[in-house]
Write a protein that binds this ligand. Structure first.
Ligand SMILES: Cc1cc2nc3c(=O)[nH]c(=O)nc-3n(C[C@H](O)[C@H](O)[C@H](O)COP(=O)(O)O)c2cc1C
Length: 216
């Protein structure tokens, strides 16, 4: 353990691939997000749509996990999950969340903060219906974040649901659907030499987006 720990203390990367200035960014943050997401897709970033979602529990304890962004626009960011999961319970108590995307190949990070609302039922249905059948059965079969005794238990539920749903259109379970992060803050981070990175922020104040730079 000591060796690995020593090794990581010696790893250093110079960030040299780009720069970001308040004069060049888009006037609206979702346009800037769209631009960086498209550049991420073009650069074939692995799991470009995956982001780290932070929620806070009723006891004020934060927790993180990766989820997939499934839709965005107008400062709304959609992801889908089990409403009874740990994150779902956190969100029911505290609708403030943060999100973080990391694109190492472009030396970029995007941070977003906002409040959560439920995604529209029609969107949840249409996204659920677009998922492969196995994922639909999986959604029905996993009591996400609950303690289970064995993997077998889970596989038994899956088998029994597979038979139950055979030859049927599978409806979305009520406990599974989407959330929208309604963004009120963004930070676009571009790595630079000597740790003097560029950080350009957008903050929603009185219905207007203020743009400013913060120190690295
Ligand atoms: C690349 C990746 C993508 C994931 N996407 C999702 C997702 O879109 N929705 C989801 O509920 N879980 C997703 N997960 C699983 C979550 O990280 C997490 O294990 C799960 O949602 C339970 O989290 P919770 O117990 O904090 O609620 C993903 C995990 C990885 C590694």
């Amino acid at each position: 353990m000591e060796n690995t720990s020593n090794t990581i203390s010696q790893i250093r990367e110079e960030f040299i691939k780009g720069s970001l200035s308040e004069n060049e960014v888009e006037s609206l943050p979702d346009l800037q997000f769209n631009k960086w997401m498209q550049q991420g897709i073009d650069a074939k970033i692995t799991e470009v749509q995956a982001f780290n979602l932070c929620t806070v529990s009723a006891e004020n304890k934060p927790s993180n996990r990766i989820v997939y962004l499934r839709e965005f626009g107008n400062n709304k960011f959609y992801f889908y999950t089990n409403y009874q999961s740990k994150k779902g319970i956190d969100i029911a108590h505290n609708n403030n969340v943060s999100a973080c995307f990391f694109y190492p190949e472009l030396e970029r990070q995007i941070r977003i903060e906002g409040t959560i609302t439920f995604a529209e039922k029609e969107k949840c249905d249409s996204y659920f219906n677009s998922r492969p059948r196995e994922s639909q059965i999986g959604a029905w079969s996993s009591p996400q974040s609950k303690i289970i005794n064995t993997r077998n238990e889970l596989e038994n539920i899956l088998d029994s649901n597979t038979s139950k749903f055979s030859n049927q259109v599978i409806q979305r379970p009520d406990f599974w659907g989407g959330y929208i992060i309604n963004a009120n803050y963004y930070e676009f981070w571009q790595g630079r030499r000597s740790r003097l990175h560029d950080r350009i922020c957008y903050e929603l104040k009185n219905n207007k987006w203020e743009i400013y730079r913060i120190a690295p």
